[in-house]
Design a protein around this ligand. Sequence first.
Ligand code: NAD
Length: 494
Amino acid sequence: MSISLLPAVQAFLQRDHGLFIDGRAQVAGSDRKLEVIDPASGEVIARVGEASPADIDAAVASARKGFAQWSQAAPAVRGAVLLKLADLLESNNEELAQIETLQSGKLIQISRHFEVAQAAHFLRYYAGWATKIGGETITPSLPSFNGEKYTAFTLREPIGVVVGIVPWNFSTMIAIWKLASALVTGCSVVIKPSEFTPLTILRIAELAVEAGLPAGALNVVTGAGGVGKALIEHPQTDKVSFTGSVPTGLAVGQTAMAANLTRATLELGGKNAAGFLPDVDVEKAVNGIIEAGFLHSGQICAAAERFYVHRSQIHAITQRLCERLSQLKISSPLDESAEFGPVTNKQHQAKLGQLFAKARAENCTILHGGQLIDGPGCYVEPTVILANSARDSLMTEETFGPVATFLAYDSEEELVELMNDSPYGLSASLWTNDLGKAMRLIPQIQAGTLWVNMHTLLDPAVPFGGIKASGVGREFGGAFIEDYTELKSVMIRY
Ligand code: NAD
């Protein structure tokens, strides 16, 4: 049974949504509206104004003004504001989670426990960095003819105005990663949410003001890709932090370089591999595959899509997986007992339909699912496919959906070769009870993050980002600091 919407959520949806600039909600200058559609019902739940060129100018000007003030705030003050915002995310968890579920189709339990609760957890982690960002002191070896001495030190200075471009799959958490990285280092930020899921960040911007963030430090500009491009090209923008697909990421990188050598961090997609060694028992493997491939209907950039299983076990593992998937409760994402919900939009559902058709045309064996579910919502069956070769489309193209494609291997050397056989390298996982073997395989696998006996779970203390065509730069850990600050070297003769 579906939960009831909070009155606050109903009131929020009724609002005339626009932009958030200079510390307050503002009406967009263009007449165009983005329709936000609930993917569970196909109904329009809100309309959001699309930014005009003048709005983009106003947002960047506001961020420039915000930067002047925020970059001068004491580090401990910056940390305290982020901590307060984390508290407010927690105390407004249910409201934000319901809005997130309505706009994205994410199961309400995932919205509550991952999107919003984890967003607060990440915020607190970033807040802790505020007082720990520093440079180093260095003694130069320059010649001293008259007794003069030298010293040098480095400063980490905030880069300036950051444009954070967010995809639709985790629109709350990814927006928080971007704004927290920017704000804790003393930058100001303009967030451009996905046109499919612009609502939660508009509410979070209001909470940020309540948390004590000065006007202009955080701005939200809504619109489609063109708005993102204009923000990057703006002469007053210093950096773009983008999360999204590989083709858009390439375009974003080119736009940024051509603009003003604008700094760019690119967190992109991939075609992540999971390799199961023959010592893993069937039940553990199946639990792992469900975690790696089917959480949030596979709409997670780090999810595994290519599954390599030893030939001796592929039948038993895929058969058990199909049994488990057939038991999942597919229901409304507002039903607390649902185990599987819709994908986030019609376009994505249609793309998955095309990939199923390709799999059939290439004579792959569809062991389970492989159909869109009829109805107004964007439901897709959880799907298991057996490929014929590593070159099949389902082994090379990102589905970003609830689709696990399998290929059998015979030797460990072949497993490593197959796992690395991709232009992408965001994440991968190895599954084995033999940790010695895992330790020897770890250096051979090409991925920004490699999990052993787990997949998909991210922790703010552990750097995350892609190698090869999966991106440039790292989020989390201490690694993000490099991407949001410029290093200034100071040398002194005395
Ligand atoms: P997308 O690339 O279509 O869009 C992402 C964002 O970019 C949206 O806000 C969109 O409006 C904007 N955009 C589109 N064209 C633009 C342009 N020319 N200039 C500037 N901005 C532009 O991605 P999506 O469909 O929203 O998200 C799914 C993709 O994101 C998947 O490929 C997934 O793997 C990837 N992803 C990666 C990570 C990661 O951390 N590596 C995390 C989540 C999602």
